[in-house]
Design a protein. Structure first.
Length: 491
């Protein structure tokens, strides 16, 4: 059987399996709608802004937004296409995983050795879930995985550098992988060539930084200032995030990496992949983890981690002399890995259901505001994605993701909900929003954000605003158009 036909026989069923799982777990994150609004504003000629006229970089995925802007310019549905693109890049990641495994195992290794990691990625619920969220996660994972495959490919000239440069535009943390790739190149391809191969990254990532400084006036994205702090509490929260991840994987990555360090002969290639896993682990700890389910921040290292797990199991079982027992142990080992992945399904389904319920509530609120509010009404809210995308109204983000002032506010970080700790109630009331759409004070909540509490306790809330209880419950400014049109205000 020809090589390409043999590969098709393997990867077409894998594609069907992955697509079925990804569409089953598909749910768009509210934050994805922030990217949609930026993309549509670019397509409509307003530039990369969230609120027209306000230059704030409330995103970290410029490449993804440019792709979605092209989709919007073509007249296609951005929300639907974002899911299709994400799942498509997820499928490309499965192929790229096989490419990495091939480079690690070598040309003389059996073909099944590079198919197993791809199969494990295809059936991973966390990976499939993140591919269908409408966010840039699958794009970044594909670019990082493919880039590492080309870094390991001895005859590569520019594929790896260009892919790493593009990865840095899809998520800025991907630039850290370029550091590991540079050290590998300096050892394998010599320093001069390693320096030359950094040019695409310098042009792409450096060009974005120059644009950010000139256009937005900031060195880092606004989301960095809104979400990231530095304290012992932040690091402790990041450690808890990593522990939760390891528990979800039954701590399997730890013995796998230790086994590779003891038994793997080609330690340089193993060292590159291990460095990437370590980089994302340290990064997640440094930023204090993430609030989104299914470990979005760690997804780019999952294909690499599964390659390491596969190789470690193969190397360990190779120590067994009797072929029959070696086969039995290998089958049992990979059955255990499949069981680990199967155990993640419940968490992924729970996250999907919670996300869909959230989206339904937010969409109902957005349609209500479209019906009740003038088009120029200023809405102050926390979950700005769906509300902002559907209403197209000016949005005051009380958490600061698309608001420079709140993002730069000096508040304690690390003890609250990740990415939801910034606030400035005085500033919110200075902007005199027509509507404040946050939970009503006194109504039971499992999590209370500092932004909510600061608004509830502010004296101007009850002086200027009244609670409106209709299909949607919110605070409306007294005497505003929404109160007059609705007529259901009450204590």
């Amino acid at each position: 059987m020809k090589g390409w036909l043999r590969e098709a026989v393997i990867f077409i069923p894998l594609a069907a399996l992955f697509f079925a799982l990804a569409f089953f777990l598909n749910v768009r994150h509210d934050d994805a709608y922030i990217s949609y609004r930026y993309a549509e504003n670019i397509a409509n000629g307003y530039g990369p802004v969230y609120n027209v006229g306000e230059r704030v970089e409330g995103y970290t995925c410029v490449l993804w937004i440019l792709l979605l802007a092209a989709v919007a310019k073509a007249g296609l549905d951005v929300a639907r296409m974002s899911v299709a693109l994400g799942i498509g890049f997820g499928w490309l990641t499965i192929i790229a995983t096989s490419w990495v495994a091939y480079q690690v195992s070598g040309e003389s290794a059996a073909r099944w050795r590079r198919w197993i990691p791809s199969f494990l990625v295809a059936i991973c619920p966390f990976f499939a879930f993140n591919a269908g969220t409408g966010m840039e996660t699958a794009l970044t994972t594909f670019l990082v995985t493919a880039a590492l495959g080309f870094v390991l490919y001895e005859r590569d000239k520019w594929c790896a550098p260009v892919l790493l440069g593009l990865a840095s535009l899809s998520r800025p943390d991907a630039v850290l992988c370029a550091g590991a790739a540079f050290l590998y190149d300096a050892r394998v391809r010599k320093l001069r060539k390693a320096l030359l191969r950094t040019l695409p990254l310098i042009v792409l990532f450096g060009g974005q930084m120059v644009f950010r400084i000139v256009y937005y006036g900031d060195v880092l994205p606004n989301t960095y200032y809104a979400k990231v702090g530095f304290s012992a509490d932040v690091l402790e929260r990041g450690m808890r995030y990593i522990v939760r991840f390891l528990r979800a994987w039954w701590y399997l990555p730890i013995p796998a990496i230790v086994a590779m360090s003891l038994f793997r002969r080609d330690r340089l290639r193993y060292g590159l992949l291990t460095a990437v896993v370590a980089i994302y682990t340290v990064y997640a700890i440094r930023v204090g983890g993430d609030f989104m389910p299914c470990f979005r921040f760690l997804l780019p290292m999952v294909p690499i981690m599964l390659v390491l797990v596969t190789e470690s199991l193969i190397e360990l079982t190779a120590l067994i002399r009797q072929a029959q027992w070696r086969l039995v142990c290998r089958v049992a080992s990979f059955a255990l890995v499949v069981a680990v992945l199967g155990s993640q399904m419940q968490a992924a389904v729970k996250s999907r259901d919670a996300g869909r319920a959230w989206n339904l509530r937010k969409m109902a609120a957005a349609r209500y505001f479209l019906e009740k509010l003038p088009s120029d009404s200023l809405i102050a809210t926390d979950g700005i994605g769906i509300i902002g995308y559907i209403t197209k109204m000016p949005i005051l983000d009380v958490l600061g993701k698309v608001d420079r002032h709140i993002a730069h506010s000096n508040v304690p970080m690390g003890s609250g909900f990740p990415g939801h700790e910034k606030y400035d109630a005085d500033y919110v009331f200075d902007q005199d929003p027509d509507v404040i759409f946050i939970p009503i004070s006194g109504e039971g909540r499992f999590v209370v954000l500092p932004a909510w509490k600061s608004i509830w306790e502010h004296p101007l809330l009850h002086e200027r605003y009244e609670v409106v209880r209709d299909r949607v419950t919110y605070y409306a400014r007294k005497g505003s158009a929404t109160e007059a049109r609705d007529g259901r205000s009450g204590p």
